[in-house]
Ligand binder design. Sequence first.
Ligand code: ZN
Length: 100
Amino acid sequence: MTEEGSKDKTTETAVKIVLRSRTRLLVCFLTLPLYIIAVWVLLSNSREVGALMWIYIALYSVFAIDMVRRRCPSCGEQFFVKSILLNLFTTRCVHCGEEG
Ligand SMILES: [Zn+2]
């Protein structure tokens, strides 16, 4: 077992946890085509899609809020948010560049 450079193991783990919330939101985005197909099928069977839409919107909101709330273990700033922009594609802290 060798320590990897000067990298703090707890920071690394903390960043991995932060990045997990990003993965959840990305997976949610990837299911969008499935969702559209589901809505389309339901509509063509003249079914109610209101509930499904709200569930999906709620799921997005929960994941997005979770991601926005994540803080960088190094600088304590919001990991993905700089001013009002949510950076979905970064794997580094948008403030100090900390990565997992
Ligand atoms: Zn940071």
